[in-house]
Design a protein around this ligand. Structure first.
Ligand code: NAD
Ligand code: UGA
Length: 447
């Protein structure tokens, strides 16, 4: 089929690459000329493992192109995906301006019976709104809108897109549903379940899925706090409950709180939609509040530990903290709503000097962080630090020489906010260990 994908971000690029590798002819269109130029020069504008290889292969085979030109390239498309951003609005709702602009830009160029597919995460009622925009803009007959939410995760986007748990298709009519079934027939042949439903249900499925996953994380983070108090281990508790098939082990990893471009904005979006429709979502509202508090609590815990080490009132002002991991999760360069941003800002407010290292998010971090010493390696970041705070569980951190880190530090606090290490691996090198949902283990002060 002829496919156009509007938006060359994490979702647009992955969708375009996946569809092109299934023999479709795909044009990916973005308003960002620099991004399109980079893609056409073979450079990836984002870090997403394996995506570059699939894009290069599809582009060389002539099945994938990148352009800023909407008019020419939408004209021949049977299916046009909208994969643009849907950030939070100032009131906690969803800013649909990119969706509306994209719909308005394609409208006049659509061919007869074209299917416009909303891939972006949008609140219930948006497909209706896009239909209304197209009705006034589209000159062709029989154009229809479908909601087809995306469930991929950054860091494993390609795998998630190629092997989805399910495909949700919300259509207003049989034509939209049939075209989507045809497009996704390779997945149907592999027995991937299809959920054929209305656009409003499809839109809500996406928000409910993200909110439920966020709620699981919020729940286990609260249990982690209790574990710390009773001398328990949240890893054992998570496994113990997760092996109940009704609960499941996924998304029960305690940590610094969820971040990223989706859970924070989508939980806010669902809470906002609930209020707007007179069906408030107090559970989700509490999850949001607990998550925001958690990141602040982490920073407070670090500050408290630093003060314990030195009772002088100026201690915080002289303190140095090294942050290991800035991206909101491993295997991505994405810094949107990353826990590191909240933790660093709180430490800086107290006068702490912050150094940091992340294997792939340094460029994005540079654009977002002021006065942070961004270091080329973890050892450089740890130099003269009073504490190390590990916020992202990059696998490369597991291979660090802890003895070398300890040797370069001034202090001895190691905050492992992802439980990436066993306490003994850290304690053995003279450092104090502060994990999540495990009791802190500190060395007795020297006589
Ligand atoms: P992104 O910010 O990485 O990419 C959006 C792209 O759209 C940008 O390159 C931007 O230049 C382009 N754009 C904006 N307006 C445009 C227009 N009018 N015409 C053409 N291009 C335009 O966003 P993303 O992370 O890919 O997310 C896109 C949507 O998918 C969001 O609704 C998000 O919630 C949803 N989603 C994201 C993920 C994820 O893991 N990132 C997963 C599932 C769903
Ligand atoms: C999430 C969902 O998992 C995807 O299904 C969805 O498509 C996407 O949002 C979206 O709508 O954009 P993503 O944000 O890429 O994907 O990453 P996740 O792996 O879900 O992690 C989100 C946050 O939760 C990260 O900060 C991560 O560290 C945290 N997390 C995750 C935990 O703290 N514990 C866990 O057990 C799992």
């Amino acid at each position: 089929m002829e496919v156009a994908v509007i938006g060359a971000g994490y979702v647009g690029l992955t969708t375009a690459a996946c569809l092109a590798s299934h023999e479709n002819s795909v044009t990916c269109i973005d308003t960002d000329g620099a991004r399109v130029a980079a893609l056409n020069a073979g450079r990836m504008p984002i870090y997403e493992p394996g995506l570059d290889v699939v894009i290069e292969k599809a582009a060389k085979a002539g099945r994938l192109r990148f352009t800023t030109d909407v008019a020419t390239n939408v004209r021949s498309a049977d299916i046009v995906f909208l994969a643009v951003g849907t950030p939070s609005a100032a009131d906690g709702g969803v800013d649909l301006s990119q969706i509306e602009a994209a719909a308005a830009s394609i409208g006049p160029h659509l061919k007869s019976r074209a299917v416009v597919v909303i891939k972006s995460t949008v609140p219930p009622g948006t497909a209706q709104r896009v239909s209304a925009i197209l009705q006034t803009r589209a000159s062709a007959d029989g154009v229809t809108v479908v909601s087809n939410p995306e469930f991929l995760r950054e860091g494993s986007a390609l795998k998630d897109c190629q092997h989805p748990d399910r495909i949700v298709i919300g259509s207003f009519d049989d034509h939209g549903a049939a075209m989507m079934r045809k497009l996704y027939s390779p997945f149907g042949a592999r027995n991937v379940p299809f959920v054929m439903t209305t656009p409003a249900n499809a839109e809500l499925i996406k928000y409910a899925a993200n909110a439920f996953l966020a709620m699981k994380i919020g729940f286990i983070n609260d249990i982690a706090d209790l574990c710390e108090k009773i001398g328990g281990d949240v890893g054992d508790v998570a496994r113990g409950i997760g092996l109940d098939a009704r609960i499941g082990t996924a998304f029960l990893q305690a940590g610094p709180g969820y971040g990223g471009s989706c859970f924070p904005k989508d939980t806010r979006g669902l809470a906002h939609a609930g209020k707007a429709h007179g069906a408030p979502q107090p559970l989700v509202e509490l999850v949001i509040e607990r998550n925001e508090n958690r990141m602040r609590k982490i920073a407070r815990r670090v500050l408290d530990a630093l003060r314990i080490k030195d009772s002088e009132s100026t201690a915080r002002r002289q303190a140095r903290v090294a942050i290991f991991g800035l991206a909101f999760k491993p295997e991505t360069d994405d810094m949107r709503d990353a826990p590191s941003l909240t933790v660093i800002s709180m430490l800086q407010k107290e006068g702490v000097t912050v150094s940091a290292h992340d294997p792939h998010a340094m460029a994005n971090a540079r654009a977002l962080l002021d006065d942070v010493e961004l270091c080329t390696c973890p050892y450089e970041a740890a130099k003269d630090a009073d504490a190390i705070v590990l916020l992202t569980e990059w696998s490369s951190f597991r291979a660090l020489d802890i003895g070398r880190l300890a040797g370069t530090m001034r202090g001895q606090s190691f905050f492992d906010y992802r439980n990436a290490f066993k306490p003994n691996e850290i304690l053995a090198h003279g450092l104090d260990y502060f994990g999540v949902g495990r009791p802190a283990q500190v060395h007795a002060p020297a006589e």
